[in-house]
Design a binder for this molecule. Structure first.
Ligand code: MG
Length: 327
C-alpha cells in the first residue's frame, strides 16, 4: 500500500519554451509517496497538455479514484527510486560519475552571439536548440555555433513539413551538417518521411514512441532515442535502444528542479551501467524558469549539475517543510 500527498506549484518561464507553447505560468505538482514499510520518496508531476499529456487536474482527480496515468506511474516509480536512496542515506550522485548535459537554447530569438564565448568558457561541448519558430534566426545560430566548434542537437517538436525541413538543411555545408549530433522530432513519426530525413541528417525520436513498430526487424529510421523518465518506462527504452542499436539521451521534462534531479539520477545510473549506450544528457533545464527556493539549491559547473545537498534527489529541508495535501 502507498500513501500519496501532493503540493501544487507554478513555474514562471523566462521565455517561450518550444515551438508550440507560450510564456504562461506552468502548473505541476510534487508528489510525496509513503510506503507501508516506512520508506518515503518524492517526485514531480509536470504535464504538458500542449504536447498531448493529460492535464494536471485530470491526473490528480483520476489518482483519487485509484486510476493511474502512465505519467503518474512514472512519478511513483521515480519516487520509489528516491525513497530507496533516502533509506540508504545516499544521493543520486552516489550512483556513479556525474554526467555532462547539453546547453539548451529554448528560444533562438533571445540568444545573442556574445553568449557563445561564455558557453566555451564554461566548457559546454553540445548545444540543443529548439527550432521551428524563426528558421532564418535559427539557421544563423546553427552556423555560429558550428563555427565555434559545438556539437548541435536541433528539436523541431514535430512542427516541420518535409519542404521546410529539406530547405532548412540544404543551406548548410557538409562541415556544418557533420556537427549536427541529431535532429529531434522533425515531423510527426512516419517511417517513409523519417527514412528520407535520416538520409540528410541523423534523427532522434522523442514524442512518438507509440507510433513505431518496435517489433520490426528492419533498421529504424532514426539513430537516437530520447528518454524522458518523467513519462517513459526506463527499462523499456533501454531494451529498445539495445535491440535496435540506438543511442539514448536522458532528458528532464522542462519541469520542477525535483524532476530535473530525478532525470539526472536516471542518467547517472544508466551511464554507469551502459556507458556505450548513453549520449550526453539534457537535464539542465531548471534555468528556463525564474528563480525559486528549489532552484537556489541547484548549482552548476559548466555542463555538470552539482545538485542539492541531501539524500535522494536532495532538497530535504525544503521538501519536509512544504504544506502537503492529501489526495
Ligand atoms: Mg523533444
Amino acid at each position: 500500500m502507498i500513501n500519496i500527498s501532493f503540493f501544487q506549484y507554478q513555474l514562471l518561464p523566462r521565455q517561450a519554451l518550444n515551438a508550440v507553447t507560450s510564456v504562461q505560468p506552468r502548473s505541476g505538482a510534487l508528489l510525496r509517496v509513503k510506503w507501508s514499510d516506512g520508506r518515503c520518496g518524492y517526485a514531480d508531476l509536470h504535464p504538458w497538455p500542449e504536447l498531448g499529456d493529460i492535464s494536471l487536474q485530470e491526473q490528480l482527480t483520476d489518482l483519487r479514484r485509484s486510476k493511474i496515468s502512465t505519467q503518474v506511474e512514472q512519478s511513483i516509480w521515480l519516487a520509489s527510486q528516491d525513497a530507496h536512496l533516502r533509506s540508504e542515506k545516499k544521493s543520486i550522485f552516489d550512483m556513479g560519475a556525474n554526467v555532462p548535459n547539453n546547453f539548451l537554447i529554448a528560444d533562438a530569438g533571445n540568444f545573442s552571439r556574445s553568449e557563445i564565448e561564455q558557453l566555451k568558457e564554461k566548457k559546454f561541448t553540445t548545444v540543443k536548440l529548439k527550432v521551428g519558430r524563426n528558421l532564418s534566426a535559427e539557421s544563423k545560430i546553427v552556423h555560429q555555433l558550428a563555427d565555434a566548434g559545438f556539437k548541435l542537437r536541433l528539436d523541431f517538436n514535430g512542427v516541420a513539413t518535409w519542404t521546410t525541413f529539406e530547405n532548412f538543411f540544404k543551406q548548410f555545408s557538409s562541415r556544418v551538417l557533420q556537427q549536427i549530433d541529431y535532429v529531434e522530432d522533425p515531423f510527426p513519426y512516419s517511417t517513409e518521411l523519417w527514412q528520407r530525413g535520416q538520409k540528410i541528417v541523423p534523427l532522434a525520436l522523442d514524442r512518438d514512441e507509440g507510433l513505431v513498430n518496435w517489433e520490426s526487424v528492419d533498421s529504424l529510421p532514426f539513430s537516437h532515442l530520447i528518454l524522458k523518465p518523467a513519462i517513459t518506462d526506463v527499462d523499456k527504452s533501454v531494451a529498445r535502444a539495445k535491440k535496435h542499436g540506438l543511442k539514448l539521451t536522458v532528458t528532464s521534462y522542462m519541469d520542477h528542479p525535483v524532476g530535473v534531479l530525478s532525470a539526472l539520477g536516471v542518467a547517472i545510473s544508466l551511464n554507469s551501467k551502459y556507458p556505450h549506450l548513453m549520449n550526453e544528457a539534457g537535464c539542465m533545464t531548471h534555468s528556463l524558469y525564474q528563480f525559486d527556493p528549489f532552484q537556489a539549491e541547484l548549482d552548476a559547473e559548466g555542463p555538470l549539475l552539482l545538485g542539492s545537498k541531501g539524500t535522494g534527489v536532495g532538497f530535504d529541508h525544503l521538501l519536509e517543510q512544504l504544506p502537503w495535501q492529501s489526495l
